[in-house]
Ligand binder design. Structure first.
Ligand code: GAR
Length: 197
């Protein structure tokens, strides 16, 4: 079976990328292969993680040619699936239409709560704590032209506890939800792509 070729787009630390790399090693991801990691931040630690694991790592500067350069990298590497793993750039409608049902995003809340423009990273957890919800979680979804608005693939709930800070909550959501459902979602969609061939 020819595996789906995966590009992971990142902007920061890359713990979700690490979860994907680990899942590939352990066999949770078996229908896809991480072929390329791309960051819009030159010093993103995620790029280091890629290199340490023998995966091609690319920095693409966020200038006027950003999306064209992104498309070139994706096409040159025959990428089948794009995974946004802590990628904090909003992609244009034109870009996402080009890769319909081929882009997955992970968001650190139970969509449709605490999502959309301006909700990223710690801000999502700050908003959940401000609202006083008792459950939050993470969501994987396909990317369309509406920020965090595409079809949901998987969700996992996480309990909010007395005394949580945004940082503590972020860590629990990552450990209990993000690092679990992102690899499972990537395998699910990769398997689908290989079957469609
Ligand atoms: C993760 O919590 C991810 O869900 C979030 O950014 C963090 C990146 O961490 N993404 C968003 O907020 C997207 N709207 P990582 O670089 O360690 O994977």
């Amino acid at each position: 079976m020819l595996k789906a070729k995966i590009a992971v787009l990142v902007s920061g630390g890359g713990t979700n990328l690490q979860a994907l790399i680990d899942a590939q090693k352990s066999g949770i991801i078996k229908s896809g292969e991480i072929s390329l990691v791309i960051s819009n931040k030159e010093n993103a630690y995620a790029l280091e993680r890629a290199k340490q694991n023998g995966i091609d790592a690319l920095f693409i500067k966020k200038d006027a040619d950003f999306e064209n350069n992104l498309i070139s990298a994706i096409e040159d590497n025959n990428i089948d699936l794009i995974v946004l793993a802590g990628f904090l750039v909003i992609l244009s409608a034109e870009f996402v239409r080009r890769y319909d049902k081929k882009i997955i995003n992970i968001h650190p809340s139970l969509i449709p709560s605490f999502c959309g423009d301006g909700y990223y990273g710690l801000r999502v957890h700050e908003a959940a704590l401000e609202k006083g919800v008792k459950l939050t979680g993470a969501t994987t979804h396909f990317v369309n032209e509406i920020t965090d608005g595409g079809e949901i693939i998987m969700q996992k709930a996480v309990e909010i506890k007395e005394g949580d800070t945004p940082e503590i909550l972020q860590k629990r959501v990552m450990e209990e939800a993000e690092w679990v459902i992102l690899p499972l979602s990537v395998e699910k969609v990769s398997e689908q792509i290989t079957k469609e061939r």
